[in-house]
Design a protein around this ligand. Sequence first.
Ligand SMILES: [Zn+2]
Ligand SMILES: [Zn+2]
Length: 351
Amino acid sequence: MRPAVAAKDKKPARSPKSDLSVRSDDKISDLLERKCSIASTVGILSDAWAFLVIREAFFGARRFEEFRSGLEISRATLTDRLRRLTQEGILREASYSDTSSRVEYKLTKSGIDLYPTFMALMQFGDRWLDPTDGPLQLIHEDCNCVSKPLVACSCCQKKITAREVTYLDGPGAGVVGAETNARRTRRTADDFMRGRPSSVSRALEVIGDRWSFLVIREAFYGAARFDQFQAELKIASNILTDRLSRLVDRGVFKKRKYQSAPERFEYLLTPMGADLHGPIMMMMAWGDHWRAGGEPPMLLKHTVCGKIFTPTVVCNRCGKPIHAYAMKYRMRYDPNKFGGRKSSRAVPGRV
Ligand SMILES: [Zn+2]
Ligand SMILES: [Zn+2]
C-alpha cells in the first residue's frame, strides 16, 4: 500500500535531477527548490512562539500583558514575536487609549484567515493525539451544533482525502533559490506545548520543525525513498536521516524495507500521517491567498468531482464553511490557569 498520492495528471514543478543532485561540492546558492505556498505558511507556524502568540490572539488576547500571562514567555521574546507578526501582516497595532501611547495587537484579515488552518490542525490533534477528545468543544453558531470541522472541496463540498487529490502546476509554478541549511535549525518540539492544553500544539509538536513539514509535503507529492526526498528538498543527509527517524517515532511514517543488499528502506505515510493532508492543504490555501500574489504555484484537482478546487474547512454537521466569527467554544480545562477566559468566541468583534 502506498498512501502517498502520485501526481497522475502532471508532476508538479520537479527540478531537473541530473545537475541538481546534492553533492558536497554544490554551492548552496546554486540549489533550487520547488516554489510552494505551504512553505510560506510553515515559515510562520513552525516558529513555536509565533504560533503561540497567534493562538492566544484567537483566544482574545490583545494587550502585551494578556499575551504574557497566557504564555510563560519573556518580555524580549514576546516583543520580538509581536514585532515580527506585525511585519508579516498577521497582527496590526492599534492604540487603546487616547491618553497613552500603549498599543494592542489585533489580528488582521490574513491573521484571521489562519483560523481554518488552526481548525484543521486542531481536528487532527483531537483525532490522533488526545484520548479525551480534545480540550475544546466547538459550537458552530450557524447550525447551533457541536462541530468537528473537516477539510472539504470548494466545488462539491465533500471531505477531501489524500488519495482523491492530484496536483497540477499552477500559474506560479517554478523553482526558487533554496535557503541555506544553517537557517533551518531544529527546535525542541516541546516548545509548542506551553500554556493552555491545545490540540493544535499537539499537532504541531508531532509535525515538528520546518524541514519535517517539507518532508511530509513531499510524501504527499509521492516521495517515499531517501533519495527522492533529498532530490526534491536539497536537504543534507544527516538532517534528512534525523527528520525521517523522528517522523517514524512520532507515528507519521512507517519504515519498510524494499531492498536487502544493500539494505534500503522507504517511508510510507501511516493512516495518521495521511490524515495530515487536510491541515497541509489548508496551509497551502492560506499561502496561495496571502503570499503567492494571485499566482498559486500548484493547482489541486479533486478526482471525485473532477474540478480544480480550493480546500475549505466546513462544519461536519451543516456543511457550511467555518468562519472565526461563527464559532464558540467550551473549554474542558480551567482557563484561569492560562491567563483566564477572555472570550468564548474565536475572534471577539470584527477587526
Ligand atoms: Zn470536489
Ligand atoms: Zn454547522
